[in-house]
Design a protein around this ligand. Structure first.
Ligand code: C2E
Ligand code: MG
Ligand code: MG
Length: 562
């Protein structure tokens, strides 16, 4: 008969002592019965305890150590709700120290020198057995990966605090990882687990310094119920810093939503608010923290309305595509070169809504694909129609969202788009935002290379708003660089911006790509750009985005000139 003990993995014991000779001595006594982990000082011991918190059966801790003494370790452990459940036996030669250690939460002590192996084995075995009941309870209420409470127990305890300890006025904090499924898919599950574990450790360290409880309620969603913090940005920053240390190659971004305590709002509702706040900053790497407020509540209602309204909007033709011209300014007079297709939503109650209000919202939940397909179809149909009716083929750029780039059917859909409208690949250009390039560089670059091989021209949109470094730039496949509007806005007045623009133009020349300046509004800006050798200009100076019937007039004028 197989005994339960044989199926179980050997119990994990950590031995902490600054002297190798002591570690070896104890190790030799325990190695046949236990799996062993060693640490040379208190600091290392705490790191390992954090990492293996849910696996450790017991810790044997020397009291006198440089760097961080056993007492300091005990004091720390007492503050951590999870570490506190791991029994500690202290190793000491001083009677005085034994008492103090027991008062500080140690379960037992072993006296040096270690000359009675049977006694030591028996003590370790007994303490593990005694704590097993506790360990079982603790395991049932915790997420095995992070050691934080699981969802049920978390809300059980949060509700108890709420009902029986009204003196605790707790805030709800939600933390999510940006595109965690992609991180998992690209780097493997065990890397994903490392990220989750790291967040768990850092949250516990944070809670050891303040008051609160925490949970990994599901996948990459962490919740903290804690006394109000003076600076949530700092809390997020320390978590972000911890995950950033995991890998220099993978960019991991956290976002945080907070709903402050409110009279008569129970934890479940409070956390709904915090989650909503967290969702508001999805994808916004520059402002990853949102504290719930009244405006947000209104925004939430509006978002809900837009989300529910999208499918009817497509059906009832409320979505419209506007076109904004790009002019080739190296020609005199400037020549109409192409256009960008920009989505507009003509909402029956809300009026004309600009994409800034709904594109990020739909990017967050996959619905943007519906908008984009609509725009691509519409733009392709329009290019063909102008060609057939006016005899003028004007290439049109369409915007690709991040999620489009990761869609495995993207290439087939675009090929079909071109073929079914009887276009050539040079008639439709693709704008990909800079931040999509830097996100998951490998996969994105592969897809973009394939698109270019087919004959699509790729424009890197919003260049300068993301974080691509110069050495990455030379590996990135694109044909046109679209300089972010923020550089243009002040080139007439701000010397630094002006020099940046010159620098970007130099880099583009070096890379052999053309440059579009976006957001050009004045003649002064235009002249500076022309003098610096910028190829193309898009902006209100030439025209705002126009509905197709009005844009047609620009084409007719162009036909007249040439
Ligand atoms: P973008 O692709 O960088 O588009 C340029 C934006 O700059 C447009 O805003 C355009 O109206 C605006 N703009 C052009 N010239 C000027 C100017 O001289 N001054 C100022 N202040 N603004 C100017 P719009 O149409 O509101 O679009 C905003 C963003 O929404 C776009 O930025 C793009 O990222 C996104 N977007 C628009 N249409 C689509 C779409 O069909 N699909 C996707 N995924 N995103 C889209
Ligand atoms: Mg664009
Ligand atoms: Mg742009």
């Amino acid at each position: 008969m197989i005994k339960t003990k044989q199926i179980q993995r050997p119990q994990l014991v950590m031995i902490v002592d600054d002297h190798e000779i002591n570690r070896d001595a104890i190790g030799a006594i325990l190695e046949d019965d236990y799996e062993l982990l060693f640490a040379e000082n208190g600091k290392e011991a705490l790191d390992l305890m954090q990492k293996h918190a849910t696996e450790l059966s017991i810790v044997l801790l020397d009291l006198m150590m440089p760097v961080m003494s056993g007492f300091e370790v005990l004091a720390f452990i007492q503050k951590d709700e999870l570490l506190r459940t791991i029994p500690v036996i202290v190793l000491t030669a001083e009677k005085q120290a034994e008492l103090k250690a027991l008062q500080m939460g140690a379960a037992d002590f072993i006296t040096k020198p270690f000359d009675m192996p049977e006694v030591i084995l028996a003590r370790v075995g007994r303490i593990i057995e005694l704590s097993e009941g506790r360990a079982l309870i603790s395991a049932a209420e915790r997420d095995p990966l992070t050691g934080l409470y699981n969802r049920n127990f978390f809300f059980e305890y949060a509700n108890r605090l709420y009902h029986y300890h009204p003196e605790y006025k707790m805030d709800a904090v939600v933390i999510n990882i940006e595109r965690f499924h992609t991180i998992n898919a690209l780097n493997g599950r065990s890397f994903g687990d490392d990220v989750l574990r790291c967040i768990g450790v850092e949250i516990r360290l944070f809670l050891a310094e303040t008051e609160g409880i925490s949970s990994r309620v599901e996948a990459d969603r962490f919740e903290i119920y804690c006394i109000p913090q003076p600076d949530y940005a700092a809390v997020l920053a320390r978590l972000q810093e911890a995950v950033s240390r995991i890998s220099s190659k993978v960019n991991i971004h956290l976002r945080m939503g907070v709903k402050p305590w409110q009279e008569n709002i129970d934890p479940v509702i409070l956390f709904d608010g915090a989650q909503a706040a967290c969702n508001m900053v999805r994808g916004d790497y520059k402002n990853p923290l949102m504290i719930y407020n009244e405006d947000m509540h209104l925004q939430e209602l509006l978002n809900q309305r837009l989300l529910n309204g999208l499918l009817p909007a497509v059906k009832e033709k409320q979505l419209r595509v506007f076109y904004q011209p790009k002019y080739d300014i190296l020609h005199d007079p400037p020549r109409l070169s192409s256009a960008e297709a920009l989505i507009r939503w003509d909402h029956p109650e809300l009026g004309m809504i600009s994409p800034g209000q709904f594109v990020p919202l739909f990017e967050g939940n996959g619905l943007i694909g519906i908008v984009d397909s609509f725009v691509w179809e519409e733009a392709a149909r329009q290019v063909a129609s102008w060609r057939d009716r006016l005899g003028f083929t004007l290439p049109v750029s369409v915007n690709l969202s991040r999620s489009d780039v990761f869609d495995p059917t993207l290439i087939d859909r675009l090929v079909h788009l071109i073929e079914s409208n009887n276009l050539s690949y040079s008639n439709i250009k693709l704008e990909v935002t800079e931040s999509a390039y830097t996100d998951n560089a490998g996969q994105v670059l592969g897809v973009i290379r394939q698109l270019r091989e087919l004959g699509f021209e790729i424009e890197m949109d919003d260049f300068g708003s993301g974080y691509s470094s110069l050495n990455m730039l030379s590996d990135m496949p694109f044909d046109v660089l679209k300089m972010d509007m923020k550089f243009i806005r002040s080139i007439e007045t701000n010397e630094v911006d002006r020099r940046l623009v010159t620098l970007i133009l130099d880099i583009a020349r070096y890379l052999g790509v053309r440059v579009v300046a976006e957001g050009v509004e004045t003649e002064g800006q235009l002249n500076i750009l022309r003098d610096d050798g910028c190829d193309l200009v898009q902006g209100y100076y030439f025209s705002r985005p126009l509905p197709p019937e009005e844009f047609e007039k620009l084409i007719l004028r162009e036909i007249e000139i040439s």
